[in-house]
Write a protein that binds this ligand. Structure first.
Ligand SMILES: Cc1cc2nc3c(=O)[nH]c(=O)nc-3n(C[C@H](O)[C@H](O)[C@H](O)COP(=O)(O)OP(=O)(O)OC[C@H]3O[C@@H](n4cnc5c(N)ncnc54)[C@H](O)[C@@H]3O)c2cc1C
Length: 231
């Protein structure tokens, strides 16, 4: 991202924060700013498939985050577990070993991109070109800071465990992390500056897919998951 775009985004964010702070002080409530689409997150192909209203639901449902970063000009993408709660819409949490290259880079505040994908169906068509996938996906851009406070760490880890394993309670279903386990783990909070969400839904759209007399076959293979499934 060039410096001018980054500065403009920062200035816009500061302005938005000021407006929200004034509103928040007026209403005496905690208000969280939601990221907006920006220069990195403008959907170019099939913009009609943008689903900005579903970003939070997708992030709250997804299981794997693909985390992209650059080191010395070399791009990397690493799959990770993550935590997200719509109550803190502009934050996403990642954790790993203190020795991990990725975690060290994130801790230094490197720019990061995170993709979360829900695959809902495999779409087959009577024409090769029109085979496709039904999906909902989010791409976020931001920077991380290390969560140092132990109480905050425990809170995020316990919330994350409950997101993956609803109903599991620390102290009852599992022993809470020890201080030593927390010490060897790095937890970072990614402040999401921009995000976008996109979906493909429905059946195949090939020229013969609605013609039952045409040769071949067409349809959708539903991909079911434990939670958040749709076809
Ligand atoms: C579903 C899933 C969830 C995970 N959750 C976490 C998590 O929450 N925290 C965590 O620290 N780690 C997690 N991992 C492991 C993670 O993908 C990395 O392997 C790990 O973080 C090591 O990072 P590193 O910085 O040491 O790797 P690096 O030193 O950056 O890795 C060096 C190279 O090793 C290869 N590599 C690394 N990881 C993988 C991989 N997963 N698959 C294939 N090649 C790989 C790549 O080529 C990479 O460029 C998860 C993996 C999966 C698949």
């Amino acid at each position: 991202m060039n410096r001018t775009v980054f500065r403009m985004r920062k200035e816009r964010n500061v302005l938005q924060w000021r407006v929200l702070l004034v509103d928040s002080l007026r209403s005496n409530e905690e208000v969280r700013m939601e990221p907006t689409p920006g220069p990195c997150s403008t959907i170019r192909r099939h913009p009609e498939r943008a689903i900005p209203d579903e970003v939070k639901e997708i992030l709250a449902t997804g299981l794997v985050a693909h985390v992209g970063f650059c080191e010395d000009g070399q791009p990397f993408v690493i799959p990770m577990s993550y935590h997200y709660s719509p109550t803190r819409p502009d934050r996403l949490y990642l954790h790993g070993s203190r020795d991990s290259r990725l975690m060290q880079l994130l801790a230094r505040g490197a720019a990061v991109s995170v993709a979360v994908t829900l695959v809902d169906g495999l779409v087959y068509s009577r024409t090769a070109f029109n085979h496709s996938m039904n999906y909902r996906s989010v791409v976020c851009f931001g920077r991380a800071r290390v969560v140092e406070d132990e109480r905050e760490q425990r809170r995020h880890f316990e919330e994350m465990t409950a997101r993956y394993f609803p109903g599991r309670t620390p102290g009852e279903d599992y022993a809470p992390a020890t201080a030593q386990q927390l010490a060897v783990t790095l937890l970072v909070e990614v402040e999401i500056e921009e995000w976008s969400a996109k979906a493909r839904r429905g059946g195949p759209r090939g020229p013969y897919d609605n013609d039952p007399d045409a040769p071949g076959s067409a349809g959708v293979v539903a991909i079911s998951r434990a939670k958040g499934s749709e076809q």
